[in-house]
Design a protein around this ligand. Structure first.
Ligand code: NAG
Ligand code: NAG
Ligand code: NAG
Length: 282
């Protein structure tokens, strides 16, 4: 009798613990290419079996059904991104050109934010009364999504999808050593000569200034227009990121100093290798 009672108490306790530790997670990537979604999907695939519900806002229509994952793809945002980012990233590299002109990156930043936040599907979603326990944002471009962080008043983490991009890591306090950390759009490695280090420094400076001009000059106002005038400074908010899943690895993105709240997760989406077919010698 006692052991039966103990069994029931244990089951009820476990059920309560299970219920209490399940969370509603909101993921947002505003990346201009579909590849940004892949590490988010992998994280979702790991969280759903543990009882968490995932809502995922992005610009690319979902192409499979996964129980526990709901993708929100506001239509004007989908159309805008598809039209804007018909980039030929590989062809430009082969021709030795910049894959995406700096000016276009800046323009994409604030236009995409305005299109997403003004879409009626986004507005309906915000009005639906859903509550979230955690937001997972794309570290490649989390600034616009800070509006959602303020709106839901929940903690947030990043997946830094672009492993070579240092901007968000740097804002969160991670040192970016210009002498050994190559700028993402330069073919430098962690061993640079003096001239390359100077060029590397120059690229970081220009990128940081343009980022700051876009964020303070444009995004801040757009986010406040949709989420209210009391939204704090975007950089003040993004500095508070709780944890960063960094899509890199020393082998791929060079050794770097990271704070303890950064975990390198390159190859999160990798599957075990298949065996190669055997070739019989002729
Ligand atoms: C997740 O979604 C299911 C089905 O909509 C719901 O029954 C469950 O309560 C949700 N879980 C949480 C933590 O809200
Ligand atoms: C598509 O992009 C082009 C050039 O970037 C722009 O002129 C045009 O207005 C855009 N069309 C739509 C439907 O957004
Ligand atoms: C950042 O976090 C600190 C400590 O929790 C808090 O006092 C501060 O208000 C936060 N800043 C913003 C802009 O959210």
């Amino acid at each position: 009798m006692l052991s039966r009672c103990f069994q029931i108490v244990t089951l009820v306790t476990l059920a309560v613990i299970h219920h209490c530790t399940c969370a509603n997670v909101l993921m947002i990537t505003m990346g201009g290419t579909k590849s940004h979604k892949i590490p988010f999907w992998e994280l979702a695939r790991g969280l759903i079996p543990r009882g968490h519900n995932i809502t995922f806002i992005n610009a690319f229509l979902s192409d499979f059904y996964l129980e526990g994952l709901e993708e929100i793809t506001p239509s004007s945002y989908v159309v805008y991104v598809r039209n804007f980012t018909n980039w030929d990233l590989v062809g430009a590299r082969i021709k030795g050109e910049e894959p995406v002109p700096f000016v276009d990156m800046i323009k994409f930043g604030y236009e995409a934010c305005d299109v997403l936040l003004s879409d009626s599907e986004t507005k309906d979603f915000l009005r639906s009364g859903l509550k979230f326990d955690l937001l997972v944002l794309d570290g490649a471009y989390p600034e616009c999504a800070m509006g959602f962080v303020h709106f839901y008043g929940a903690p947030f983490i990043y997946i830094n999808t672009v492993g070579m991009y240092m901007g968000s890591l740097s804002t969160a306090g991670n040192p970016t050593l210009y002498s050994v950390t190559p700028f993402l759009a330069r073919p430098f490695s962690d061993t640079m000569n003096f001239i390359q280090r100077v060029q590397n420094f120059g690229f970081y400076m220009v990128a940081n200034i343009m980022h700051s001009v876009m964020t303070r000059g444009k995004l801040q106002d757009i986010v406040r227009q949709y989420f209210g005038p009391d939204v704090p400074g975007i950089y003040d908010m993004s500095r508070n990121v709780s944890f960063i899943l960094q899509n890199g690895h020393p082998v791929l993105t060079y050794p770097r100093p990271f704070l303890p709240n950064v975990a390198e997760i390159a190859c999160l989406h990798c599957k075990p290798a298949k065996k190669l077919p055997e070739v019989k010698p002729a």
